[in-house]
Structures are given as C-alpha cells and as structure tokens.
Design a protein around this ligand. Sequence first.
Ligand SMILES: O=C(CO)COP(=O)(O)O
Length: 140
Amino acid sequence: MNIALIAHDRKKDEMVNFVIAYEPVFEQGHQLFATGTTGTRIMENTKLRVHRFMSGPLGGDQQIGAMVAANEMDLIIFLRDPLMAQPHEPDITALLRLCDVQGIPVATNVATAEILVKALYRGDFAWRELVHKYKPGIEE
Ligand SMILES: O=C(CO)COP(=O)(O)O
C-alpha cells in the first residue's frame, strides 16, 4: 500500500507521535510518502523510510495529488491545521478533491487517522491491490 503522511506545522508533533505509536503497522510492507518537512520529522523519530516530496508550500501536496490522480495512492493521513490559513490553500483543496474523485481513504484529524490505520492493520484496504493490478495503462 502506498500511504501519504502530511502534517501542517502545528500538527507535526501530533503526526510524529501518531506514527511512532503505529510504527509496527506502517513498517509492514508499505511504501510511505510525505511532504518534505513532515517526512524528515518522521524519519528523524522512527526507523521508517519515507519518500519525501517537496515541502507543502512549494508543491508537495500537488506531487502527492499527482499520484492520487493516477490512482497510485491508497491512503492519506493529512493532519491539517484548522486554525491557521495556509498560503497554498488551493493546493490542499485540490489534493482533497482528487481523493474524492478517486475514492481514496483520507483522514484529516488524528481520530479518523486512528480508525484508518486500524482498518489498514486488519487488511480492510486489500481491495486497493486490485486497483493496482487492473489499473489501465496510459491511453494512447
Ligand atoms: O504544508 C504542508 C501540507 O499542506 C506540509 O508540508 P511540509 O511537510 O513540508 O511542512
């Protein structure tokens, strides 16, 4: 499963603590992706390997969005800061919109993230493997 982890600045500690708590689940054969600073913080605090895209304000959300558009991202945990405006708000909205276009499970707070990670552990997202297997190639 390809999993994206994204957190705004005032949510980064929460994200790091969350990933530490569920590290045994995340290390079970999943590929982890993150925006730049979030990924760095996770790698500094866990043994997990994370593919880091650009920082969010510089286009990282859009890079993850490109994977979602291609139906290559399976699960997103995006701890947004609901109390601070972000300069790249349009990118954030676009990413969440693409999740709705493709029907990708996305959590925007830690309570929902916990439910999704427990579902991941149970194998509830195994259907996504079929999506990968039968995903049509790029049309001519
Ligand atoms: O801004 C972000 C998501 O919108 C997060 O970016 P960073 O992980 O680089 O701080």
